[in-house]
Design a protein around this ligand. Structure first.
Ligand code: TYD
Ligand code: MG
Length: 467
């Protein structure tokens, strides 16, 4: 058998064919096949060779390179930086700061490795202006305003970039897909193409995707299963704080949170976010309580508010912001059945201050306290903190990481804690009195019998973002 002396290898994905073709049969890139001596490494110089089958024992897991983004908060959410060859999707409302954050990341990575920032949204001059204003000048950072994805990838290959940022997926298109940029097929095709590119070249790719209020489905949601990591950029209207939430992460813990503050010199990370959402009015007010949630591996103090109002129209309403409304309805039943507090004739509103969503069940007890406080128009002590899950039988159940939550509350100056019996700390925490309760009735009694002078302590120090 005669062995061919040369093969044609694709510069985008490394696939080989014996014959020249206009389009790579593997990744469908146009004009990407280059002649190569047979037997030569299939991958173009500077790129990771496509991995063949390997035994798991032969993969250490440690050889994967991680690019640090220059923002510890983001690195943590990513599970320790951007993994080479991985694809991350950053979703968020328009104007929340996605481009700003990624430009900062791009400029940081570009201090050591070449980076391509492809913006279909803004012109090079606009992005450049922002980069100058933020002092993000890096020689290795290439900006391009291009909506043809193949052109972007060709440039990425040419510059041998370690990081490619696509801003945004809604503005790029692949020539062979006969649909407009932003159409569902385009979004999917372009993302799939970027994933192939990342895997074959070892380039870390970050894709920006807009989420619109009504069209959440037409945007990044559709792409979540294609990529390795899905990050959402969230904020409360009018707040300068931003949080990045990992909803999916193949290379780290999901549900991590990273905190940022928008300033006039770009996004700054908030390293100690424990109390950034605590900006309570100085007077004690009925319906407000602080709880300690634990999201993303850290305790976070957060204010819950409940408002109970006489029903105005036909059926009582139950509206929850940042909490699961079904669970709120369940807690109303528990309150009525096991504590004799009936809210059947009332509209009930529950709110998490700061625009955060709490996914755990530790807010059961504090919410019930807040609602009772609002109903009776009796403020809870300002220095009271509570957490715990309520069961359908009215029992108060412990939640995970109780001691860690209590320690954070103590650190922030809270004086009284109300928790489930099994959440009592093994060693007393100086300055923090911990009361325990076994049932919802006991918990209500304990909270409202707290000495009123507790209401007069100094509000806890607000921790500000380090800038
Ligand atoms: P941007 O990154 O363009 O948002 P996105 O890409 O998510 O649409 O951020 C836009 C907003 O951020 C804009 O309203 C102005 C504000 N901003 C600042 O407050 N400070 C800054 O340094 C920058 C660059 C933007
Ligand atoms: Mg933008």
């Amino acid at each position: 058998m005669v062995r061919p002396t040369s093969v044609f290898a694709c510069s985008a994905c490394g696939a080989q064919t014996p014959k020249w073709q206009g389009q790579c049969p593997q990744c469908a890139a146009w004009n990407s096949l280059e002649k190569r001596a047979a037997g030569a490494a299939s991958a173009p110089a500077g790129r990771a060779p496509a991995a063949g089958p390997r035994s798991l024992t032969g993969t250490s897991g440690a050889d994967a390179e991680r690019l640090m983004t220059g923002q510890d908060e983001l690195d943590r959410v990513l599970g320790g930086g951007l993994l080479a060859g991985s694809v991350a999707l950053l979703g968020g409302d328009p104007g929340i700061g996605k481009s700003t954050l990624l430009l900062q990341v791009a400029a940081h990575v570009a201090q050591s490795r070449p980076v391509l920032y492809a913006s279909g949204e803004e012109s090079v001059a606009q992005v450049g202006l922002r980069a100058h204003r933020l002092g993000l000048i890096a020689e290795n950072l290439t900006l391009v305003n291009e909506s043809d994805l193949e052109q972007v990838l060709a440039l990425a290959v040419e510059r041998k970039v370690a990081l490619l940022v696509v801003d945004s997926i809604q503005t790029v298109q692949l020539g062979e897909t006969a649909a407009l940029a932003g159409a569902v097929t385009q979004l999917r095709e372009c993302t799939a193409r970027l994933v192939r590119f990342a895997k074959s070249s070892g380039t870390a790719v970050v894709i920006i995707g807009h989420v619109t209020k009504e069209g959440a489905i037409a945007g990044p949601r559709l792409l979540e299963h294609l990529v390795d990591t899905v990050l959402y950029f969230e904020s409360e209207a009018g707040s300068r704080y931003r949080l990045v939430r990992a909803t999916k992460n193949r290379f780290g813990a999901a549900h991590e949170l990273g905190f940022f503050a928008m300033s006039d010199t770009g996004l700054k990370e908030v390293r100690n976010p424990a109390a950034i959402f605590l900006a309570r009015s100085p007077e004690p007010s009925a319906g407000s309580i602080v709880t300690v949630m634990r999201d993303g591996g850290r305790p976070l103090l957060i204010e819950l508010q409940g408002l109970v109002d006489r029903m105005r129209f036909g059926a009582p309403r139950c509206v929850a912001q940042g909490l699961d409304a079904n669970r709120v309805a369940m807690l109303l039943a528990v309150l009525s059945r096991h504590a004799g507090v009936s809210l059947q004739e009332h509209d009930v509103f529950a709110n998490v201050v700061g625009g955060i969503r709490i996914e755990e069940t530790a807010w059961d007890l504090p919410l019930v306290l807040a609602l009772a406080s609002s109903l009776n128009d009796r403020p809870l002590p300002r220095s009271l903190i509570a957490f715990g899950e309520l069961g359908l039988t009215g029992e108060l159940r412990p939640v995970a990481y109780g001691e860690e939550r209590l320690r954070e509350a103590q650190k922030q100056g809270f004086k009284l804690a109300l928790v489930a019996r099994d959440n009592a700390p093994r060693k007393a925490l100086p300055g923090l009195e911990v009361r325990v309760a076994g049932r919802i009735g006991e918990a209500l009694a304990a909270a409202f019998s707290a000495p009123p002078d507790l209401a007069a302590v100094n509000p806890p120090e607000r921790t500000r973002g380090r800038s």
